[in-house]
Design a protein around this ligand. Structure first.
Ligand SMILES: Cc1cc2nc3c(=O)[nH]c(=O)nc-3n(C[C@H](O)[C@H](O)[C@H](O)COP(=O)(O)O)c2cc1C
Length: 177
């Protein structure tokens, strides 16, 4: 059984926000839009790079969402969310879902997910419909664990990547060796 390390502020080295951002920003990520639906049936979504595979059996993934967030509120109301893995040509959409625009879905093609009702965007690299299984407070974010109940992946589309505050395309290097 793993043990929780008991650390207090006095034994922690203080690292400033810029250092944290430049260190973590050095890790290239994919870019997703995490979506959900409010109790009134309104779509919500935000751009999210903190997405990670957790378990294969059962199939679990995690997303980290900052508090407060309208999308986070909707996820807790509906207990479902979808992760839409953006394609390389979806930079504008990534910016819209990271902006303060209230009507983020008005110019976007989407449909309610078959299993969850969470919004699924068109032309993505992959999508994952999830049931929320647990949430954990971690600093100013919540770590949300979801169980995959429906997934689709494109065999041809290429992903949008994010590295050191810039969006980019991924260039495959071909087969190794
Ligand atoms: C490339 C990129 C990645 C982001 N990743 C995350 C993330 O992992 N978690 C998060 O909470 N916000 C992330 N954001 C910021 C949110 O998209 C942004 O704060 C959004 O406006 C929050 O929407 P909401 O509060 O209305 O739900 C990211 C933004 C960008 C541009």
């Amino acid at each position: 059984m793993p043990e929780q390390l008991d650390v207090t502020d006095s034994v922690l080295d203080q690292v400033d926000l810029n250092t944290f951002r430049s260190v973590m920003g050095s890790l290239p990520t994919g870019v997703s839009v995490v979506t959900s639906v409010t109790a009134d049936g309104e779509p919500r979504g935000l751009t999210c790079s903190a997405v990670c595979s957790v378990s294969a059996s059962p199939p679990l993934l995690l997303v980290c969402v900052k508090q407060p967030s309208a999308t986070l509120e909707a996820i807790h109301q509906s207990s479902v969310f979808a992760v839409n893995f953006l394609s390389a040509d979806m930079t504008a959409l990534a910016r819209t879902f990271a902006s303060s625009v209230p009507e983020r879905f008005s110019d976007v093609a989407w449909r309610p997910g078959e299993r969850t009702g969470a919004p699924l965007l068109g032309s993505t690299v992959a999508l994952a419909e999830c049931i929320l299984t647990s949430s954990h407070l971690a600093g100013d974010h919540q770590v949300l664990i979801g169980r995959l109940v429906h997934g689709e992946a494109s065999a041809t589309r290429r992903p949008l990547a994010y590295w050191r505050t810039q969006f980019s395309d991924v260039q495959p290097q071909g087969l190794a060796g």
